[in-house]
Design a protein around this ligand. Structure first.
Ligand code: EPU
Length: 432
């Protein structure tokens, strides 16, 4: 098992360059299934979620060629196998984008229910509702396989109102609608930057999608798509994590290669906590002085609200703030499991459902902790870096799903973090 060993207490200083957006990449790669020609995708992050999607594409018969460190050329012309195996699918949430893309291209898809981070129930009923509106028949078969078939061979455009604002459902219905006959309208659509990025990629391939980034998206179906070269946007959450790291460790970090507009809700909350945030054209400088962070109230919401994927990182900042903060999770039922780990580090937190009340402490105490999901893992790294002492963090495979070269980027900022491999302990038999 791999672990991080972190000697904390060093403020982070310097520059860090943000990689391509995970949640855009994991949708744009499956979207290549809709294009019967090579597509060249630039600014791809080197993270395990992307490697899993790329493995699935190759399993299905696509050619995936690494052009350089951050560019892939994908050609799905000769895809034959449209049923990626469960062992691959369960590794990540974004596998569900293959349902929309395969259904759009072949009128058929058989993909297992996806895996991903555990934040309570994460249904895909809104995806299914969208596919059904576009005339697909959906059933959940043996082993949790989503069997999707189109009775007319080609999907038919339709109006879809999403009952909850869902990133995944918005992108999946968009994928299904691109090659459908007629017009698809998605109402109450999610507006995250990666939704605009997926639409821009598809439009660069000849799709006709308007309104991405607003709550109504209109897709005029086209007969086919052509190849293109496309560059993925920078990762809003990776950028936000480094901004929060400057605040947690009391340093000064210039976070480069980001889109400041995407960072507005995060920048505003840092300023409210007494942190200096300076916006430049495509970078942001975050600097924290000697005063303690100020307490805040914060609620996560779909974009342009404060992102749920930054909730654990701000949970850490609130633990270090002067006074009592209130943190409300507005997207998921259960995204506070990491608070148990922070309590082991001395945090004073009480959680009731979707609300955490956090009484700030002067400092965290060193303790061994375990990452329970991707962003929670990043938050524990933040807490450890802000601690005077040595912390070990295990289950780091979650963190490596979404942060490119985390250890290298942190050490370049003056952190003392290393990855070690320890032999797995004996497996204990369960009593029953
Ligand atoms: N929901 C439903 N029915 C659905 C779909 C969603 O009830 O059919 C609910 C969910 O249970 C949740 C809410 O709607 O309460 C929002 O879920 P959404 O569908 O927006 O989330 P997602 O598409 O599964 C993506 C990101 C997550 C990020 C959320 C919210 C990917 C692969 N994942 O998940 O990213 O938290 O949007 O912004 O894009 C991460 O990067 O760490 C991560 C978890």
């Amino acid at each position: 098992m791999d672990k991080y060993v972190i000697n904390g207490g060093h403020p982070l200083f310097g520059e860090v360059t943000v990689s391509g957006a995970k949640n855009a990449a994991v949708a744009i790669l499956p979207a290549a299934v809709l294009v019967k020609a090579p597509v060249r995708i630039e600014n791809i992050p080197d993270i395990s979620d992307v490697r899993h999607i790329s493995d699935m594409l190759q399993y299905m018969g696509a050619s995936v060629r690494l052009v350089n460190k951050t560019t892939l050329e994908i050609d799905t012309t000769h895809i034959k196998n449209i049923q990626p195996p469960y062992d691959m699918v369960r590794k990540l949430r974004a596998s569900y984008y293959f349902i929309g893309a395969l259904l759009g291209r072949f009128g058929e898809a058989h993909v297992a229910m996806p895996g991903g981070c555990d934040f309570g129930t994460r249904p895909i009923d809104q995806h299914i509702k969208g596919f059904e509106a576009l005339s697909a028949d959906i059933s959940i078969g043996e082993g949790g396989i989503v069997d999707a078939t189109c009775k007319y061979g080609r999907l038919k455009g339709a109006s879809v109102y999403l009952d909850v604002v869902s990133v995944g459902a918005t992108m999946n219905v968009m994928l299904a609608g691109v090659l459908a006959e007629g017009v698809t309208v998605i109402d109450n659509a999610a507006r995250e930057p990666h939704i605009v990025d997926l639409a821009n990629f598809l439009n660069a391939c000849g799709a006709d999608i308007r309104g991405a980034g607003t709550e109504t998206i209109k897709i005029k179906g086209v007969d086919s798509l052509h190849g293109c070269t496309y560059s993925i946007i920078p990762d809003q959450i990776e950028a936000g994590t480094y901004m929060a790291l400057a605040a947690a460790t009391g340093g000064r970090i210039e976070v480069k290669n980001l889109i400041p507009k995407h960072m507005e809700s995060i920048s505003a909350k840092l300023v409210e906590m007494g942190v200096s945030v300076t916006e430049l054209d495509d970078s942001i400088i975050v600097e924290k002085g000697p005063a303690r962070l100020e307490k805040i109230n914060l609620k996560t919401m779909p974009y342009p609200g404060f992102p749920t994927d930054m909730q654990p990182q701000f949970g850490v900042l609130m633990c270090l703030a002067d006074g009592a903060s209130k943190l409300t999770e507005g997207v998921y039922d259960n995204r506070f499991k990491y608070m148990d780990e922070l309590r082991r580090m001395g945090a004073n937190v009480s959680v009731d459902g979707r609300i955490a009340l956090i009484e700030g402490v002067e400092a965290f105490k060193a303790a061994p902790v375990s990452a329970c999901d991707l962003r929670a893992g990043a938050a524990l790294v933040m807490a450890a870096l802000a601690t005077n002492g040595t912390c070990e963090i295990d289950n780091i495979k979650y963190i490596e799903r979404g942060y490119e070269n985390f250890v290298g980027k942190l050490n370049a900022l003056g952190a003392d973090i290393k990855k070690i491999t320890v032999p797995d302990g004996p497996v204990l038999e369960k009593a029953n």
